[in-house]
Write a protein that binds this ligand. Structure first.
Ligand SMILES: Nc1ncnc2c1ncn2[C@@H]1O[C@H](COP(=O)(O)OP(=O)(O)OP(=O)(O)O)[C@@H](O)[C@H]1O
Length: 300
């Protein structure tokens, strides 16, 4: 597990990151989201020691992170930093060797990774001869070739086609299945929704939501959709007595907010349903689980 604990960073008089705390538990795929300039890259750089924090620290298993811990992290920085004029496999082997992997092992792993990303036949090509999306695939290979004990990836999905996204998703899931904590930033909320068990949402340099994606979806009042055969306007008159809020009514379709506390919520749901069935047919009644995009809009 690694953590950010009260990390802050100023540039001149601009506060880029303010008192950011979150944890990335073992085996949890954690999405790091926030608009342009929210402070994601700056936070990742501080965790990796590329940038000194103005305050706060990064922790590794609850202890201050060390250089050795950082060497064991697979990091994909925003500035990608591979060598354009070197053959793919040579630079993968070189990078792995820098981190203590034997050349023969690194070569085998490198070729396997290139194969996974559809680049097996191009291992001797120079990086600059590849399209940007394919260069990105090599970046991914470079960040995992040392069999890291954690992954910190800055926008790893940007520029990838759907097939490469799927390969990347499979690869990351293999790491989390082995208990490796993974933090990755992304602007692609649909992808984060599909992939993440944990979320950290930054806005203007501060954490505005953090935790398990399911818990974040279910915090606050839960919305339900009720569809009747006839106009649902009567719900407005009985809402207060049933302990619910009417969010919207459009003819026979109502969106209702139930209390967040589970027992009161269940009681209110029963009461609404009973009342509705007394008045006629109920076509639909179900919970509306918010999408990540809804949560994001609400907090950011
Ligand atoms: N070296 C620097 N010097 C001055 N300001 C900086 C520096 N690095 C980052 N900033 C500022 O800090 C803020 C946070 O930037 P950061 O790159 O961390 O955001 P981000 O969330 O990664 O954004 P994006 O999604 O656009 O990549 C921005 O206002 C940025 O201009």
């Amino acid at each position: 597990m690694f953590e950010a604990k009260g990390l802050s960073r100023t540039f001149g008089d601009k506060v880029a990151v303010r008192d950011v705390s979150f944890s990335v538990p073992d085996g949890r795929m954690t999405g790091f989201v926030g608009g342009n300039g929210a402070g994601k890259t700056t936070t990742m750089r501080m965790i990796m020691g590329v940038l000194e924090p103005s305050a706060g620290e990064a922790l590794w298993n609850r202890q201050p992170i060390t250089a050795a811990n950082r060497r064991s992290i697979g990091y994909m920085p925003e500035e990608r930093g591979l060598y354009p004029k070197q053959p793919l496999i040579d630079q993968l082997v070189y990078l792995a060797q820098l981190r203590g992997v034997k050349a023969s092992v690194a070569r085998t792993r490198g070729l396997e990774l290139l194969d996974r990303f559809g680049l097996a036949g191009r291992s001797k090509d120079k990086l600059e001869a590849l399209s940007l999306g394919n260069q990105q695939r090599v970046q991914i290979a470079a960040s995992v070739i040392t069999d890291p004990s954690a992954l910190i990836l800055d926008e790893p999905f940007s520029g990838l086609d759907p097939q490469a996204v799927d390969s990347m998703v499979d690869l990351l899931r293999e790491f989390t299945a082995r208990g490796v904590p993974v933090l990755f930033s992304s602007h692609q909320l649909d992808l984060v929704e599909r992939l993440c068990d944990g979320l950290v949402i930054l806005a203007r340099g501060e954490v505005v939501a953090e935790g398990r994606a399911d818990d974040l979806r279910r915090r606050g009042r839960i919305r339900h959709r009720l569809v009747l055969d006839t106009d649902a306007g009567w719900l407005r008159d009985v809402a207060a007595s049933l302990g619910i809020n009417v969010v919207d009514i459009d003819g026979p379709v109502a969106v209702l907010e139930l209390p967040s506390e589970p027992e009161r919520s269940a009681a209110a749901a029963d009461a609404v349903l009973r009342r509705a069935m007394e008045r006629g047919r109920v076509r639909e009644f179900h919970e509306l689980v918010p999408q990540l995009a809804d949560i994001y809009r609400e907090v950011a």
